[in-house]
Design a protein around this ligand. Structure first.
Ligand SMILES: *[C@@H]1O[C@H](CO)[C@@H](O)[C@H](O)[C@H]1NC(C)=O
Length: 189
């Protein structure tokens, strides 16, 4: 289930996660940091760009430099919104849209229904609605909550040097090291 799920997400997100047994056996437990709760959910609606992605076991063949991954968040009511993610590429135009119904538990804690009907937990550790947001996504494997990926999404890409330093510090405090090779970056989008 998790393998399929990761694959579906990966395909849609344009990331070639080669399904090595390793990838699935080394999944780390979901980080236990506290999510940010003092932001207005209305302010994070609208367009986002995927700027950085942290995966515990990085895909080895991510060489597609020409595509960007964009999101659009649309409010439905006080507890529900939709996340629509799609790929744009100068070469191929628009890719499939992945539509993720999202339930807001608290402003920084969401439950997402994936395309196969499973549920993912999203924790927002840092939200500056007009600039960027840090999203950690966890799934379930063998009854345990495991880390799938942590994403930096931005209103504008590429992110500024100051934002990069600030986000790096924040990620470091959550156990993600910018200097190791577990990061995928989109800096031309
Ligand atoms: C919000 O919309 C969802 C999906 O349409 C629905 O299931 C839910 O009951 C609604 N909640 C409120 C508070 O209106």
């Amino acid at each position: 289930m998790l393998k399929q799920l990761a694959l579906v997400f990966s395909l849609h997100l344009g990331i070639l996660v080669t399904a090595t047994p390793n990838f699935y056996s080394t999944m780390k437990t979901c980080p236990s940091f506290k999510s940010q709760s003092n932001f207005n959910i209305n302010k994070i609606m609208g367009e986002w760009n995927l700027a950085m992605l942290f995966i515990d076991e990085p895909p080895e063949e991510h060489e597609d430099d020409s595509s960007c991954i964009k999101g659009n968040f649309k409010k439905i009511n006080s507890t529900t919104f939709k996340q629509m993610w799609y790929i744009t590429s100068s070469q191929y135009g628009y890719g499939a849209i992945i539509d993720l119904p999202t339930i807001i538990t608290h402003s920084g804690d969401w439950t997402v229904t994936d395309p196969l009907g499973g549920h993912l937990q999203v924790k927002i550790s840092n939200a500056i609605p007009d600039a960027h947001m840090l999203m950690t996504v966890c799934g379930t494997q063998h009854g345990k909550s495991v880390h799938l990926w942590t994403a930096v999404v931005t209103r504008k890409t590429p992110i500024t040097q100051i934002d990069f330093l600030e986000l790096s510090a924040k990620l470091m405090s959550q156990g993600f090291n910018i200097n190791d090779n577990k990061m995928i970056m989109w800096n031309k989008c």
